[in-house]
Design a protein around this ligand. Structure first.
Ligand SMILES: [Zn+2]
Length: 124
């Protein structure tokens, strides 16, 4: 069970993360608008390079959208008092681990076990 101070610290961490992702999404949006504005007068070489940059940007945004969803879920778990409960073994997740990675849903032991399984399944 986390203390009120620990909960406040985690809440601040999660809010900072949401702000960071939102800021980043905003600059991505500006990038798209610039791109549309000066589309005229490009040769095909430029365009190919730009397409590549653009799809990287989109992939990044996909990943950030996923991260944002995770942060929001963590925020919900924080409010319901479930954020430090491992979803696999129901043991408490250490506060230090939560602070380092507030979106985690697994305790250190379960996370390690899961990574071990993933490593075993990976083909050579
Ligand atoms: Zn666990």
């Amino acid at each position: 069970m986390l203390t009120t101070e620990q909960q406040n610290e985690l809440r601040a961490r999660l809010q900072a993360e949401i702000t960071r992702i939102a800021d980043h999404a905003q600059s991505g949006l500006e990038f798209t608008m610039d791109r549309d504005r000066d589309r005229i007068g490009r040769d095909s070489m430029d365009e190919a390079t730009e397409e590549e940059t653009f799809s990287t940007e989109l992939r990044l945004r996909d990943r950030e959208a996923g991260l944002l969803a995770k942060v929001r879920e963590a925020m919900q778990r924080l409010e319901t008092g479930a954020i430090d409960e491992c979803e696999e073994c129901s043991e408490p997740i250490g506060f230090k681990r939560l602070l380092a990675r507030p979106v985690t849903t697994l305790c250190f032991e379960c996370k390690s076990a899961r990574e071990q399984v993933e490593a075993d399944e990976r083909p050579e």
